[in-house]
Design a protein around this ligand. Structure first.
Ligand code: SF4
Length: 282
């Protein structure tokens, strides 16, 4: 293994540490390849992000024209111009898409579904936001560490308040207790800290998740002082991860979906997908 403690701490890496230290170790091992398989759902998610970024970018769409946009046209535009990966200037070709979706007909079904999701979301969403940043990579120092992430949207709400949002395009979380969510997943707390430090005028920081498919928002409001406590917790978790010389596997509810399951020392103990199914005989 070629594990190195990361120079920049990303929210998903630190959340992995909370779930399972061995997963964190694999994630930060340059030689380890996660079993990532591109799925139609990922494509839909990226298309939704591109359309929402365009919609909130005042250089592209005036704020008072956000609601009147032809979402079908926007989805089709970005669908055909999907970068192959984060660093690529090449787009997915029609043949790449046919292979991903199975057929042109199925691709159309997923595209139509994407248009419906966005139209449904936009029909009830508050589109009056004043974005300061859209899908920007940002980082900041906490203690001796650098935390970093790509934040979907930071809005200025008033002279002394901002909102930090991350779009989710998948299913709703297991539970809807916001405090518990923030304890188990460090993305929102980390984004709130970065947004706060990058916008020091803000005394109040609202941070949350927008589940686009369900038009559901989970958010929490921190004052700048309260965020200091959140920052202390993040620094304590980073220190714990850094000083953890064992990084042992910890079996948890997400093991069946773990991308490092094939190399996990505990893989034989993990139940989940692939369970034997006795089909009915009638
Ligand atoms: S399968 Fe479970 S125990 Fe194994 S590395 Fe993944 S999360 Fe950890």
């Amino acid at each position: 293994m070629a594990y190195i403690f990361p120079e920049k701490i990303f929210p998903n890496a630190l959340t992995y540490y909370l779930q399972c230290p061995f997963k964190f170790k694999c994630h930060n091992d340059k030689e380890m390849k996660a079993e990532f398989v591109e799925k139609p759902e990922n494509y839909i998610g990226k298309a939704i992000h591109l359309v929402l970024k365009h919609l909130f970018d005042v250089t592209q769409v005036p704020a008072d024209k956000r609601r009147g946009q032809d979402i079908g046209q926007l989805v089709r535009y970005f669908w055909a111009r999907m970068p192959k990966d984060r660093y690529s200037r090449d787009y997915w070709s029609s043949e790449d898409r046919r292979q991903l979706f199975g057929s042109e007909g199925q691709e159309k079904s997923f595209g139509v579904q994407t248009i419906a999701i966005l139209n449904n979301y936009i029909a009830s969403a508050d589109l009056s936001a004043t974005p300061l940043f859209l899908e920007d990579w940002m980082d900041c120092q906490v203690d001796e560490f650098t935390i970093s992430g790509r934040i979907d949207r930071i809005d200025q709400d008033s002279d002394s308040s901002i909102s930090v949002w991350d779009y989710k395009t998948g299913k709703l979380p297991f539970h809807d207790n916001v405090e518990k969510m923030m304890e188990e997943d460090l993305q929102v707390p980390i984004y709130a800290i970065i947004a706060s430090k990058r916008n020091p005028f803000a005394e109040q920081i609202r941070a949350g998740l927008i589940y686009v498919k369900y038009s559901k928002i989970f958010n929490i409001v921190w004052t700048k002082d309260e965020l200091t406590g959140v920052e202390n917790r993040i620094v304590a978790i980073i220190n714990k991860a850094k000083n953890d010389n064992d990084l042992l596997p910890r079996i948890n509810n997400l093991c069946p979906w773990c991308e490092y399951r094939a190399v996990c020392p505990e893989r034989d103990k993990i139940e989940g997908r692939g369970k034997k199914v006795d089909e009915v005989s009638w």
